[in-house]
Ligand binder design. Structure first.
Ligand SMILES: C[S@@+](CC[C@H](N)C(=O)[O-])C[C@H]1O[C@@H](n2cnc3c(N)ncnc32)[C@H](O)[C@@H]1O
Length: 261
């Protein structure tokens, strides 16, 4: 088990005490204030949509959202859950699970949505072969080191049914915060959605409070940005055949789909 975040680098970089405090509680503050949901850029939501498009749940089958955060994925799976699929959101932070619970209540999905507080870096408190699909959307890259990540992928293989699907998205080694914003604005414009408020008010906060922080953690090596073959390798080593890889998140992320062999 590990204490999963070590933000000491913020202080080493000479950040002010207030920023150091914010970064130590980065996700918690985001979930509590709802800034995490409100500031998520379009490219991130598109990446969640790609995950949801890749999930085909039969009635009674479970999807595990590993490192679910505030449960953003839930909105994209609502139709499948209404048809009998089941969702288990797992996160180490209770504030993320609280946000998941309010989404569940709003959508009246109490019978098909469950939340569980657990540390992904330990043994998952789930039975072997009990899950049809595991999603790890931008959650693995914060684990400190390849051995932790390999252990997590092995645990995913253990809890998945034979033939079960792992879908994982993670940042690239050359993650570019500004490119994520540009691609989000372009997507809004291409779809004819309102973009001026996002450009002038929302995305400057997204960039400076969120994406630039992530970029710094990736550059410092505290969090891990992947090359595609490296992510494929970690997934394959845990016992998956690689079914699909694509660039997501304004070319600052990869989505890899593995099938349990
Ligand atoms: C970038 S957020 C992604 C959240 C969600 N998957 C999404 O796409 O919105 C990363 C999440 O991973 C969770 N996380 C990081 N390390 C974890 C661990 N060791 N065990 C459980 N959750 C963890 C964090 O608490 C956070 O909620």
């Amino acid at each position: 088990m590990l204490h999963y975040m070590d933000f000491d680098s913020a202080e080493q970089d000479g950040e002010s005490i207030i920023f150091s405090y914010i970064y130590k509680r980065y996700w918690e503050i985001g979930f509590k204030t709802r800034l995490y949901d409100g500031l998520s850029p379009e490219a991130y939501l598109e990446s969640l949509q790609r995950v949801a498009d890749s999930i085909k749940l039969e009635s009674g089958e479970w999807v595990l959202d590993a490192g679910c955060g505030s449960g953003l994925l839930l909105s994209f799976l609502a139709d499948q859950l209404a048809r009998g699929g089941r969702y288990l959101g797992m996160d180490i932070l209770p504030l993320g699970l609280a946000s998941l619970k309010s989404k569940m209540n709003r959508r009246n999905l109490n019978r098909s949505v469950f939340g569980m507080q657990a540390d992904l870096s330990g043994n998952l408190p789930l039975k072997d072969s009990s899950i049809a699909c595991v999603v790890a959307h931008f959650s693995i890259y914060t684990l400190p080191g390849v051995n932790y990540r390999r252990q997590v992928f092995r645990e995913f293989a253990r809890v998945l049914k034979p033939g079960g699907i792992l879908i994982t998205s993670n940042p690239t080694h050359d993650y570019d915060a500004i490119q994520v914003i540009r691609s989000s604005l372009k997507r809004l414009q291409d779809q004819g959605k309102p973009w001026v408020v996002k450009k002038c008010l929302v995305y400057p906060l997204t960039l400076h409070l969120g994406l630039k922080h992530i970029e710094r953690q990736l550059k410092s090596g505290l969090w891990h940005g992947y090359r595609p073959e490296e992510l494929q390798g970690e997934v394959a080593q845990a016992g998956f055949s690689i079914e699909h890889t694509e660039s997501v998140y304004g070319e600052s992320g990869f989505l890899v789909i593995g099938k349990k062999q």
